[in-house]
Design a protein. Structure first.
Ligand code: UD1
Ligand code: CA
Length: 461
């Protein structure tokens, strides 16, 4: 049986107090809707329908940019008349012989296994509900069971009797069922209830009356079905998610100085015997080899770091490729397009951009090196600057193998320094230097014997 996913995301999310639609608020740098879409995609549905309303344009552009899924169908719900009404907007485009899985865009962390369990039961001809027992069920729809413990209805908080309010098993809102049943029952919903809404949950009583099998299954943890209504709940889920990631990486052989103070935000791969000190952030597509150590407060974004490299505290890497056994930081800033060959060394207060640093080359202190190519064994002295920008265009600097750039050299690009060449400290290099040649450009020092320091003038009366 084919599967179709319906994601409800039309709600306003007033309590976020945000211009951004609620489902675009992020957990681990990915919008909640993105988490839901990603998990749903792993079930290989033939189509995914996202019901949007508030902030529909923003949601559409997010969905366009994030997904190359041609089976994605964005459905507009212009007025938010309830969850039943929301599903009804999508249902004409759902194949009658499919199974429909209903998800919420603001419940981001449901696990694949849990959804698979629901879908399998729906394929076997059940209405499969995801429910959970809570110590405090206030606000949720309650699962009403008969004397045989069979689910017979869901009653919303605002419509519940005293007795029903004591029920602790609640509706998470996530369910799977044959689409044909939805097509049959949705038109029969009424808004004659405390909230004047078309409740999707009213189909449960219809299923019971039609003697359809209703099965309740439970998630492995409560957080899987936790919805987000405000920024406190967003932060709680973020922490839970991060702790799961931290536990995963520790079981995979990564040492974390403190599992509560490290963040994984994206598609991360880490080798063995890696150690991450506190407040390390790995973001985007990050690949870390074996035996890498990353110092406190470092941010590694969309980068790869090969085995044996040491990154000292307070370093920032963005779109950077780092070879083996490099030594980086503290306080290094490697910007997009930086490539370090093996054994390269980037010291404190060094900024690089679109720069290739050859094997064993060193830029140890206080430098800006941009739009440059350095050969092997180059030594760049403290305070070296590539003057790569004339205010309009960027120009290249090329430095040959084993060149020695004296401290405080300004390299006015485009410029080439040949292999084995040297620049004198404090030089402004504007012309190419041939191999094995000294380039120096600075005023000659003059020493004046017997020179008198100026005297302080006596104050006029
Ligand atoms: C719903 C369930 C309740 C369940 C709870 C779990 C109903 C009637 N009630 O209640 O049993 O315990 O979720 O959190 O289904 N949405 C739309 N269009 C609408 C209304 C809602 O897209 O017209 C979306 C919202 O964006 C949200 C989801 O549906 O993602 C749930 O809506 P919400 O208003 O939070 O439902 P609750 O009243 O909390
Ligand atoms: Ca809700």
């Amino acid at each position: 049986m084919s599967l179709e996913v319906i994601i409800l995301a039309a709600g306003q999310g007033t309590r976020m107090k945000s211009r951004l639609p609620k489902v675009l608020h992020a957990i681990a740098a990915k919008p909640m809707l993105g988490h839901v879409m990603e998990t749903a995609a792993k079930l290989s549905p033939i189509a995914t329908h996202v019901v949007v309303g508030h902030g529909g344009d923003l949601l559409r552009s997010y969905l366009d940019s994030s997904s190359n899924n041609r089976s994605l169908n964005v459905v507009e719900q212009t007025e938010q008349l309830g969850t039943g009404h929301a599903v009804d907007q999508a249902i004409p485009q759902v194949a009658t012989d499919s199974v429909a899985l209903i998800l919420y865009g603001d419940v981001p962390l449901t696990q694949l296994q849990t959804l698979q369990d629901l879908v399998v039961r729906a394929e076997q001809g059940s209405l499969a509900l995801l429910t959970v027992e809570l110590t405090n069920p206030t606000g949720y729809g309650r699962i009403v069971r008969d004397a045989q413990h069979q689910v017979v209805a869901i009653v919303e908080q605002k419509d519940a009797s005293e007795a029903e309010l004591t029920i602790r098993e609640i509706n998470t809102g996530i369910m799977a069922l044959p689409a044909a049943w939805l097509k049959q029952w949705l038109p029969q919903l009424s808004s004659d209830n405390a909230q004047g809404e078309y409740y999707l949950t009213d189909i449960i009583a219809m299923a019971a009356a039609a003697e359809r099998r209703i099965e309740a299954i439970h998630p492995a943890s409560e957080q899987e079905v936790q919805g987000v209504n405000n920024r406190l709940q967003l932060a709680e889920l973020e922490r839970w998610y991060q702790l799961q990631q931290a536990q995963h990486w520790m079981t995979e052989g990564v040492t974390l100085a403190d599992p509560a103070r490290v963040d994984f935000r994206g598609d991360i791969r880490i080798g063995q015997d890696v150690s991450l000190d506190i407040n390390v952030i790995l973001e985007g597509r990050v690949v870390i080899g074996d035996n890498v150590s990353i110092g406190a407060n470092s941010v590694i974004k969309d980068s790869s770091v090969a085995s044996g490299t040491v990154i000292k505290p307070h370093s920032m890497l963005d779109e950077t490729l780092v070879g083996e056994n490099c030594d980086i930081g503290p306080f290094a800033r490697l910007r997009p397009g930086t490539v370090l060959a093996n054994n390269a060394k980037i010291g404190n207060f060094v900024e690089t951009k679109k720069t290739i640093v050859g094997e064993g080359s060193k830029i140890n202190h206080l430098s800006y090196v941009g739009d440059a190519t350095l050969g092997r064994g180059v030594n760049v002295g403290a305070g070296t600057i590539t003057c790569n920008y004339d205010g309009v265009n960027k120009f290249q600097t090329e430095i040959g193998d084993h060149a020695f750039i004296g401290s405080n050299t300004s390299l006015v690009a485009p410029v080439q320094v040949g292999a084995g060449a040297t620049t004198g400290a404090g030089s402004t290099i504007t012309k190419a230097i041939e191999a094995d040649t000294l380039g120096v450009s600075r005023g000659r020092q003059v020493n004046l014997k017997g020179w008198q320091r100026p005297q302080k003038k006596s104050e006029p009366l």
